[in-house]
Design a protein around this ligand. Structure first.
Ligand SMILES: [Zn+2]
Length: 105
Protein backbone atom coordinates (compact mmCIF):
# COMPACT_ATOMS: atom_id res chain seq x y z
CA UNK A 1 0.00 0.00 0.00
CA UNK A 2 1.58 3.24 -1.15
CA UNK A 3 0.88 6.69 0.16
CA UNK A 4 0.05 9.60 -2.14
CA UNK A 5 -0.74 13.25 -1.53
CA UNK A 6 -4.34 14.30 -1.80
CA UNK A 7 -4.63 16.77 -4.72
CA UNK A 8 -7.04 18.86 -2.71
CA UNK A 9 -5.71 19.06 0.87
CA UNK A 10 -2.15 17.68 0.28
CA UNK A 11 -2.46 15.26 3.18
CA UNK A 12 -1.09 11.73 2.83
CA UNK A 13 -3.62 9.07 1.93
CA UNK A 14 -3.61 5.53 0.56
CA UNK A 15 -3.39 5.23 -3.22
CA UNK A 16 -6.16 2.63 -3.02
CA UNK A 17 -8.55 5.00 -1.27
CA UNK A 18 -11.48 6.06 -3.45
CA UNK A 19 -11.94 9.25 -1.50
CA UNK A 20 -9.59 11.31 0.68
CA UNK A 21 -10.10 10.41 4.33
CA UNK A 22 -9.39 14.03 5.33
CA UNK A 23 -11.41 16.17 2.92
CA UNK A 24 -13.49 13.46 1.14
CA UNK A 25 -12.37 14.49 -2.34
CA UNK A 26 -12.91 11.74 -4.87
CA UNK A 27 -9.65 10.26 -6.16
CA UNK A 28 -10.95 8.44 -9.23
CA UNK A 29 -11.53 10.90 -12.05
CA UNK A 30 -13.05 8.52 -14.57
CA UNK A 31 -15.19 6.51 -12.21
CA UNK A 32 -16.40 9.76 -10.74
CA UNK A 33 -17.86 10.90 -14.05
CA UNK A 34 -19.49 7.48 -14.39
CA UNK A 35 -20.91 7.89 -10.92
CA UNK A 36 -22.24 11.31 -11.94
CA UNK A 37 -23.96 9.78 -14.96
CA UNK A 38 -25.42 7.04 -12.76
CA UNK A 39 -26.54 9.69 -10.31
CA UNK A 40 -28.33 11.66 -13.05
CA UNK A 41 -29.89 8.49 -14.44
CA UNK A 42 -31.22 7.60 -11.01
CA UNK A 43 -32.55 11.14 -10.58
CA UNK A 44 -34.43 10.79 -13.87
CA UNK A 45 -35.79 7.42 -12.80
CA UNK A 46 -37.02 8.85 -9.51
CA UNK A 47 -38.63 11.76 -11.38
CA UNK A 48 -40.42 9.26 -13.63
CA UNK A 49 -41.61 7.33 -10.57
CA UNK A 50 -42.98 10.47 -8.96
CA UNK A 51 -44.75 11.33 -12.22
CA UNK A 52 -46.32 7.84 -12.43
CA UNK A 53 -47.48 8.01 -8.81
CA UNK A 54 -48.86 11.51 -9.32
CA UNK A 55 -50.79 10.32 -12.40
CA UNK A 56 -52.16 7.40 -10.36
CA UNK A 57 -53.15 9.81 -7.59
CA UNK A 58 -54.96 12.15 -10.01
CA UNK A 59 -56.60 9.19 -11.76
CA UNK A 60 -57.89 7.89 -8.42
CA UNK A 61 -59.22 11.33 -7.46
CA UNK A 62 -60.93 11.81 -10.84
CA UNK A 63 -62.47 8.31 -10.74
CA UNK A 64 -63.68 8.93 -7.19
CA UNK A 65 -65.70 12.02 -8.10
CA UNK A 66 -66.46 11.16 -11.73
CA UNK A 67 -69.80 12.63 -12.82
CA UNK A 68 -70.20 14.64 -9.62
CA UNK A 69 -71.03 11.55 -7.56
CA UNK A 70 -68.85 9.76 -5.07
CA UNK A 71 -67.86 6.37 -6.47
CA UNK A 72 -69.46 3.22 -5.09
CA UNK A 73 -68.75 -0.51 -5.10
CA UNK A 74 -65.78 -1.71 -7.12
CA UNK A 75 -65.20 1.80 -8.49
CA UNK A 76 -64.72 3.10 -4.96
CA UNK A 77 -62.21 0.33 -4.23
CA UNK A 78 -60.25 0.98 -7.44
CA UNK A 79 -60.28 4.75 -7.07
CA UNK A 80 -59.33 4.75 -3.38
CA UNK A 81 -56.57 2.20 -4.06
CA UNK A 82 -55.15 4.39 -6.87
CA UNK A 83 -55.54 7.45 -4.68
CA UNK A 84 -53.77 5.87 -1.68
CA UNK A 85 -50.99 4.14 -3.67
CA UNK A 86 -50.41 7.26 -5.74
CA UNK A 87 -50.32 9.52 -2.70
CA UNK A 88 -48.03 7.31 -0.58
CA UNK A 89 -45.85 6.40 -3.55
CA UNK A 90 -45.50 10.04 -4.50
CA UNK A 91 -44.48 11.02 -0.96
CA UNK A 92 -41.94 8.18 -0.72
CA UNK A 93 -40.49 9.08 -4.13
CA UNK A 94 -40.23 12.77 -3.16
CA UNK A 95 -38.34 11.79 0.02
CA UNK A 96 -36.07 9.52 -2.05
CA UNK A 97 -35.38 12.41 -4.47
CA UNK A 98 -34.47 14.72 -1.58
CA UNK A 99 -32.18 12.08 -0.03
CA UNK A 100 -30.68 11.32 -3.43
CA UNK A 101 -29.94 15.00 -4.09
CA UNK A 102 -28.43 15.44 -0.64
CA UNK A 103 -26.02 12.54 -1.32
CA UNK A 104 -24.41 14.33 -4.28
CA UNK A 105 -23.60 17.50 -2.30
ZN1 LIG B 1 -7.82 15.55 0.96
Amino acid sequence: MALINCPNCQKRISDKAKTCSHCHTSMAGESESKATIRHIEKSNKLMNHSFIFMTLFVFGAVLWFWGGEVAQGYKLIISSACFAIGFIGYLITRVRIVLHKRKSV
